[in-house]
Structures are given as structure tokens and as C-alpha cells.
Design a protein around this ligand. Structure first.
Ligand code: G3P
Length: 214
């Protein structure tokens, strides 16, 4: 399963990438706004840290504007993936980019039918938002399973990029259900290392070693 980090924070990206298992980065307009940086400048900086897919989201809401913006973003680096909203205009833009071999990530996906539309239009990734469905009382992980079944039924190459992940249980469940990729906030990635028995076991090893040196 690919791990992407879901942030625009360069320090978080550098730290997580140093751990060895992060494969790429996703951003969105809210995450970019938090940095106070220009989107193109930020994506360029990220491309100099991470050698992997970097999702950059268009701001335009019309297909013509999305295409113009996306083609500009694609010039930043070969690893840039154009993030498009799950709308009619987003689908027109998705079809345009998939026809030109430019990678896309269709975002704000909340239903299996939306994911199916994106796959039919050749999206490289679809981003179902698990946490936001949980937030409104649904079981977001069920959507990942539905999309997995549909994509397997028809051999779609579109990758399921599970997004809006809130805790380590989400990561395990994504892997169990068969998401291709998980995009994960820094704090959640950091939490994946932790288990109390690992810490207590290591502390005991060190204590026993220290005793044996006396
Ligand atoms: O960046 C896309 C998605 O991961 C956003 O998640 O936490 O804003 O629901 P969140």
C-alpha cells in the first residue's frame, strides 16, 4: 500500500520522508492556505524533497479553467498529479488530462458511483474521504470496500487513494480492505510506530543490559 503524507508543512514532509516508507504527498487548498505560501512555490519545494507523486489541486471550478491551471501545475515537476473536484467540470478536465497522459487525483469523493465516474474517465487516483463520512455518522471505510469491489469487477487501473484518515485504525482497515494508497496526516503517521509493549520491552532490554555491565 502506498503511503502519502497529507500536508503542506515542509518540516512534516521532510521528517516523515526520512522514515523511509512515505511514497508521496497530497495537498488541498486548505492545507496550502495554512502554509501562507504560493501554491506553485510550495509544490516546487515539495518536489525537491519527495521523489514521488505530489497532488496539487486546481482552484478553478470550470473545466476550461481547470485545464489551464492543471497544465500549468504539471510544468512544475514530472511527479505532479493534478487534483480535480468530483464535479461535471472536474470530469471533463479528468478526461482531458487522462487523454494526454497527465496524472489526476479526483477528490471529494463520497460515493461509489462518483468513484466509478472518475475511473471511467481515466483518473489515476480517486480520493474517497473516509473521516468526513464518519463525521456525519456513516462508516467511511465501507465506501473503500465498495469501490474496491467495483474496480476489481471491471479491472479499472484507477487507484483508490483513501483520504481524510483520522487515526491508526483507519490505516489498518484501509490495508485490510485493499486501498491502493492512504494519504495520512503527520500525527497519524507518527502514531503508527507506537505500541506500549514495544516501549516497555525495549526499556526492559536496556535495563537488563545495563545491569549486566555492572
Ligand atoms: O486532503 C484530502 C483529505 O485528506 C482531507 O482530509 O482531514 O480535511 O477531512 P480532512
Amino acid at each position: 500500500m502506498e503511503f502519502f503524507i497529507d500536508t503542506g508543512d515542509l518540516n512534516e514532509i521532510k521528517t516523515a520522508y526520512s522514515w523511509g516508507f512515505v511514497d508521496g504527498v497530497t495537498t488541498n487548498p486548505s492545507l496550502v492556505a495554512k502554509t501562507g505560501k504560493n501554491q506553485k512555490e510550495l509544490i516546487k519545494e515539495i518536489s525537491q524533497i519527495v521523489d514521488g507523486p505530489i497532488s496539487a489541486e486546481v482552484i478553478a471550478l470550470d473545466a476550461k479553467g481547470m485545464i489551464a491551471e492543471g497544465e500549468d501545475l504539471a510544468t512544475i515537476h514530472k511527479n505532479v498529479v493534478i487534483k480535480l473536484p468530483m464535479t461535471k467540470d472536474g470530469m471533463i478536465a479528468c478526461k482531458h488530462f487522462s487523454g494526454k497522459g497527465i496524472k489526476t487525483n479526483v477528490t471529494l469523493v463520497f460515493s461509489a458511483n462518483q468513484a466509478l465516474l472518475a475511473a471511467k474517465n481515466g483518473a489515476t487516483y480517486v480520493s474517497p474521504f473516509v473521516g468526513r463520512l464518519d463525521d456525519v455518522g456513516q462508516t467511511g471505510m465501507d465506501l473503500i470496500g465498495e469501490i474496491r469491489q467495483i474496480f476489481n469487477n471491471y479491472g479499472f487501473e484507477t487507484k483508490i487513494l483513501a483520504a481524510s484518515l483520522r487515526h491508526s485504525q483507519h490505516i489498518k482497515e484501509c490495508a485490510m480492505v485493499g486501498a491502493d494508497t492512504a494519504t495520512i496526516p503527520f500525527k497519524v503517521i507518527e502514531g503508527l510506530f507506537n505500541h506500549p509493549l514495544t516501549k516497555s520491552g525495549l526499556d526492559q532490554f536496556m535495563a537488563d543490559h545495563a545491569k549486566s555491565q555492572k
